[in-house]
Design a protein around this ligand. Structure first.
Ligand SMILES: Cc1cc2nc3c(=O)[nH]c(=O)nc-3n(C[C@H](O)[C@H](O)[C@H](O)COP(=O)(O)OP(=O)(O)OC[C@H]3O[C@@H](n4cnc5c(N)ncnc54)[C@H](O)[C@@H]3O)c2cc1C
Length: 337
């Protein structure tokens, strides 16, 4: 296990903020966690970074930072219909998706090009283009920082919700995810109803989509809509889409007829946070080298040389203006440190 002191975290967060960490430990195998446990690191406060694509770093970090870099993809079982895999937490998410696409194993192709690592994927139940990772996860293996044991969380125990799980609530900061187990389909049917997938496939001349052609279409759509963090610092969607009651949504629709909502169940609807923010004129707003992306109102950006605390201030101003105009409290999707 490597240790770095006074390490810049600029290349470890996709916003590209140049804060420093007093001590950083790079975990490349599960036994490194036992070593950190024996060193008493987990008795103090500490932070975990995987791909750093869901983080807003607002200040230097004095507590130990643990970088998750363990690798490996294991085939656990293969049946006529399914493939069962165990994937180490430090594997890059998109590379893992491409690996499964290459083998024609279906289930996560709609989650192509999401940045970050496999171990962080269950934490906020990553989702895109009509798919959530929860539908392919069978179990999550995690190191208990209090006991030093590795425990298994079966799918139901993870309490998966919209960008939400037990790891963000009841057991927050108590476990380090070491690997994730997936069940993927050998017999597969494409999910193309969401967003522009059908249009992109048709533009690509595809009539009978394969896993690969769906993945490629998703990559093309994402590249046309979202800023590439290697060019413009960002953390994807900064805000969650708020969920409100159907009755409240009906009232809002009378006041704001173009408001965008999606049914969640018989009682609740999701409001497009991007619509709320855009309608208040924030899209393209810029100040102090940071701002709101010109094509996507949900994405806050660091144009280079900006500060994390300025992003936080801007995010709070956006929250406040949405609250005043629509009476809706926007929640952050990004973790603020
Ligand atoms: C351009 C862009 C597009 C994006 N698009 C999407 C999208 O479509 N859908 C979506 O859901 N998300 C999206 N995201 C957000 C982000 O990619 C995901 O949340 C991703 O899963 C974060 O992974 P990470 O490895 O970067 O996590 P990090 O940012 O490193 O960590 C996120 C949180 O998880 C904790 N953590 C990380 N690894 C572990 C571990 N092994 N054990 C315990 N805790 C851990 C960290 O402490 C932190 O609190 C996007 C981000 C960007 C920059």
């Amino acid at each position: 296990m490597k240790k770095f002191v006074n390490q810049s975290l600029k290349s470890f967060n996709t916003f590209g903020f140049d804060v420093s960490a007093a001590e950083v430990y790079e975990v490349t195998q599960n036994s490194d966690l036992n070593e950190l446990f024996n060193m008493g690191i987990f008795k103090r406060s500490f932070k975990i970074i995987s791909g750093g694509s869901n983080l807003l770093l607002t200040k230097d970090i004095e507590t130990p930072v643990i970088l998750i870099r363990n690798k490996g993809i294991k085939l656990i079982e293969e049946t006529q219909d399914y493939i069962y895999l165990e994937v180490s937490a430090g594997e890059n998410w998109h590379e893992f998706v491409l690996y499964t696409v290459d083998k024609s194993w279906g289930g996560i192709e709609n989650l192509s090009l999401i940045p970050g690592c496999v171990g962080a994927a269950p934490i906020q139940n990553i989702g895109a283009y009509g798919t959530e990772v929860k539908d392919t996860i069978t179990r999550v293996n995690a190191f208990n920082i209090n006991s030093g044991d590795t425990e298994i969380f079966e799918n139901e125990q993870c309490k998966f919700g919209y960008r939400d799980t037990i790891f963000k609530n009841q057991v927050k900061d108590q476990y380090i995810i070491t690997s994730v187990c997936f069940k993927l389909h050998k017999k597969w049917s494409p999910k193309t109803e969401y967003g522009d997938i059908k249009k992109q496939l048709s533009d690509n001349g595809i009539i009978n989509p394969s896993i690969k052609s769906v993945s490629e279409a998703i990559i093309q759509i994402r590249q046309s809509k979202l800023p590439d963090p290697s060019k413009i610092g960002n953390s994807g969607s900064f805000f969650k889409n708020p969920v409100i009651s159907k009755a409240r949504a009906e009232e809002l629709t009378k006041l704001f007829p173009t408001i965008k909502t999606f049914n969640v169940n018989d009682f609740e609807v999701k409001v497009a946070a991007a619509w709320l923010i855009d309608s208040l004129g924030w899209k393209g707003h810029q100040e102090n080298n940071i701002g709101v992306h010109e094509k996507q109102a949900l994405v806050l950006i660091n144009k280079g040389g900006g500060k994390g605390k300025d992003i936080l201030t801007l995010a709070q101003k956006i929250q406040e203006s949405v609250k005043v105009k629509f009476g809706i409290q926007l929640e952050f999707e990004v973790n603020i440190w």
